[in-house]
Design a protein around this ligand. Sequence first.
Ligand code: ACM
Length: 264
Amino acid sequence: MKIAVYQFAPIWANIPANLENISRVVASRKADLWILPELATTGYVFNELREVQKLAEDLKKGHTTATLRELTHQHQTAIVLGLAEKYGDRIFNSAVVFNRGELCAIYRKAHLFYEEKKWFIPGVEPPPLVDIQGVKVSVMICYDWLFPEMARSLALRGAQLIAHPANLVLPYCQNAMLTRSLENRVFTATANRIGSEGIGKKKLTFTGWSQITAPDGKRLGRLSRDREGILIKTIDPKLALDKSLTSLNDIFADRRPEIYRLGE
Ligand code: ACM
């Protein structure tokens, strides 16, 4: 499976321009699956709820849905991308999975970071597990990385690749994802953004370094801290089905959940 991570700086509050750019990039290279940043169509830093309300889209009929259906159909590919979703009167920080012309899954971010709590409602459903060209792909969004239970639960459900749209501003995640990969023996693909948004005290600078990691905890490649780029790697998803560490250790069979019962 050939996967492509696209790192860029979305134009704030300009969905048509961002979709045009995304369409141009996806048409420029061949891949089975594209992973793009969190809130890739809208930008990230908001000043008031009204801004988010104006940008959030109903996925049954939004411009983004129509564009991504057409794009993934035309190029026979799949895309995981973050956006602001309007669902009834609620707004979620969501990631969508489009595959070959179909919207096949929506994940609504469960762990909201910082001011996201002012604009979005936390999702209550576990992330989807989607079959993309025979590979089980799941999704986390950005700050979900800090909750190891999230990646673990996806791996236990059979995910071979975790697609991870992000808008990271702290310096920890990229290295931590090597451990998420190793401790679950899965591939991960973090699509982070670059650039800065907001002014004064609200200014955030994003950390780039989008990357793809392998089940042995190695980084297969990464992009720069502050430049737009595409990272393409061919992975063998079968490697993520093998949970053995030594001839006598299988990291799932060795688990002792009765000892470390999680606090509810
Ligand atoms: C984040 O969850 N956007 C840091």
